[in-house]
Design a protein around this ligand. Structure first.
Ligand SMILES: [Zn+2]
Length: 101
């Protein structure tokens, strides 16, 4: 990921940092920490983890721009957001933090 990349209807404005996050679960949009949260829900948009709180807002935006095919995976009912993201990563814990336009 780099500046100018398109993620659905959004554009990467700036790469804030690249970090090895281990099992830390941070929402790629609002940066909220879900490492110790049992909240369920969320989805993967491109390579971004979207948390349960951002989900309704992002879903509405993707729908508006007809970009719902950017949703790569959805958290199965009853699974925590944390577990969903860890499974989705498949051991790749390198994360880039970016701000979007
Ligand atoms: Zn979020």
């Amino acid at each position: 990921m780099k500046k100018g990349d398109k993620i659905g209807p959004f554009k990467v404005k700036k790469i804030e940092s690249t970090i090895d996050i281990g099992n830390t679960i941070i929402c790629d949009l609002c940066n909220e920490d879900y490492t110790n949260s049992d909240m369920c829900g969320g989805f993967i948009m491109g390579s971004y983890g979207v948390c349960p709180k951002c989900e309704p807002r992002m879903r509405a935006r993707l729908k508006k721009y007809n970009e719902e095919d950017h949703i790569k995976a959805e958290c199965p009912p009853g699974m925590t957001h944390r577990e969903f993201i860890i499974r989705a990563r498949g051991g790749n814990n390198i994360m880039q933090v970016a701000s979007l336009e």
